[in-house]
Design a protein around this ligand. Structure first.
Ligand SMILES: Nc1ncnc2c1ncn2[C@@H]1O[C@H](COP(=O)(O)OP(=O)(O)OP(=O)(O)O)[C@@H](O)[C@H]1O
Length: 165
């Protein structure tokens, strides 16, 4: 269970430093946190070679979109560590986050529940190479609320991009 803090907590570096002090076998010693979920998926993928999935669900405004960004930020920091190609991998993670801002312009809108509500579902894939560095990221949108382009409720808006232009 993840609770929307409604403020930047910003302690990824502290968390990763804390993780570094622990043996990798001791995932269960980590505090409950979205970073712990991301790290557990990463270590399981590296250990087993099998794909891992993280399903984020909840009410509008619960913090799903922000939680996903934190997962990607955490993977981007974990994946390249100490390997050749680290710069490219870190860049891939950063680009993924930047790309999401762009996608949000076209698929997010202000609603009564959330001023940056995602009006589509998304399948985000992060692929690692044999060196456990980020190889490729992709984002597949689906079920976009297309009717919002022409009509929306009182106090709501159409997609951000129309106001940004
Ligand atoms: N981890 C977080 N740190 C700081 N602020 C957050 C965090 N999670 C959510 N918020 C705040 O809450 C707002 C709503 O969160 P978010 O857009 O992630 O919700 P959501 O569950 O994706 O909603 P929707 O289903 O409507 O898209 C964000 O715009 C942000 O202001």
């Amino acid at each position: 269970i993840s609770v929307n803090p409604h403020k930047r907590l910003g302690h990824l570096d502290d968390f990763l430093r804390y993780c570094d002090d622990l043996d990798r076998a001791e995932d269960e010693l980590l505090p409950p946190h979205v970073y712990r979920i991301a790290r557990a998926a990463f270590t399981a993928l590296v250990r087993t070679g099998k794909s891992q999935s993280i399903l984020v669900s909840g009410d509008s405004g619960a913090g799903k979109t922000e939680a996903c960004k934190l997962v990607v930020a955490c993977l981007a920091r974990l994946a390249p560590s100490g390997r050749a190609g680290a710069t490219e991998a870190a860049l891939g993670g950063a680009l993924m986050l930047e790309a999401r801002e762009f996608v949000e312009a076209w698929g997010n809108a202000t609603t009564t529940q959330n001023k940056n509500s995602s009006r589509f579902g998304k399948w985000l894939a992060v692929e690692l190479d044999a060196e456990s560095a980020i190889h490729r990221c992709s984002l597949q949108p689906y079920l976009l609320e297309r009717s919002r382009v022409v009509v929306h409720g009182p106090g709501e808006r159409s997609y951000h991009v129309f106001y940004q232009m």
